[in-house]
Ligand binder design. Structure first.
Ligand code: 0L1
Ligand code: MG
Length: 262
């Protein structure tokens, strides 16, 4: 690690304040070009610690940058991971307040709910499928705290991988009943289809994102607990939204889920 504890705490407070106040900032690597990957996750961990100390619950995790094309574009070989706090959750069909955010975008994702805990290292798609209870449709709202979404990966990780809000729902299905690779989706904005895809867009098999998350947490002595919700990564490009927009994700054989931006 290159940053001392005081700097990590200062950067975490700055990024979390930007999130809570809906204010943007320049990327933190501008002032700290030497920070490394461990520093980036340490800042994210400190943001999580601040929320828990304030009484928020951590309800799950997310994987980001899970398409091979996007990873290549960003020059990385693994996805990035963030956590999800309880207040990120929007009820199915509910309202997401744009005034609380900076420049939201939405991503259609397959959400996993764990039946048993999963701890890496050594997790693979098989261990994930054995540990998952059910899957369902989910929409992630990302909202980078960096001005104009201009960032590098270390800055993004420190900023909890742009996590902001999410909605899950539709018709949950036992994971054993679903071919996650060929699972088709239609993503609609204001009633018009804007993106299409299939589960294989996420690392070839979306359960691979959960295995990588378990291995990532395992390296840090942590596990994915039973009951945790995990968003496995965007199946399509993120779609920008503003107040007045309505988005709906239709997932093959699994119903639909949506939210309104007000
Ligand atoms: O969930 C995601 O794939 C987003 C990861 C962070 C990068 C971004 O804000 O676009
Ligand atoms: Mg996402």
């Amino acid at each position: 690690m290159k940053l001392d504890q005081a700097t990590i705490a200062k950067l975490a407070a700055h990024l979390e304040n930007c999130e809570l106040e809906g204010q943007d900032t320049v990327k933190i690597t501008d002032a700290h070009p030497d920070m490394d990957w461990d520093d980036a996750y340490a800042i994210q961990d400190e943001i999580q610690r601040r929320k828990v100390a304030r009484g928020n619950k951590i309800v799950g995790w997310k994987a980001g940058l899970t398409s091979h094309a996007k990873m290549k574009q960003m020059g990385v070989e693994t996805p990035v991971f963030g956590f999800m706090a309880d207040y990120y959750a929007i009820p199915e069909g509910g309202e997401c307040k744009v005034s609380e955010l900076i420049h939201p975008k939405v991503e259609p994702e397959i959400a996993f709910v764990m039946k048993t805990a999963l701890k890496g290292p050594g997790c693979h798609i098989g261990s994930v499928l054995a540990a998952v209870d059910f899957v369902m449709a989910g929409i992630e709202v990302i909202d980078s705290r960096y001005r104009d979404f201009k960032f590098d990966l270390k800055s993004v990780i420190a900023d909890n991988t742009s996590a902001a809000r999410f909605v899950v729902g539709g018709q949950p299905r036992p994971v054993s009943e679903v071919d996650l690779r060929t699972l088709g989706i239609v993503f609609e904005k204001n009633g018009e289809p804007v993106a299409f895809g299939a589960g294989a867009a996420v690392l070839g098999h979306p359960a691979a994102a959960i295995a990588m998350l378990a291995n990532h947490l395992g390296e840090r002595g942590q596990k994915i607990p039973a009951g945790a919700l995990i968003l496995s990564g965007g199946i399509t490009e993120a779609v920008a939204v503003e107040a007045g927009d309505c988005v709906t994700l239709r997932m093959q054989g699994m119903g639909s889920v949506g939210m309104r931006f007000v």
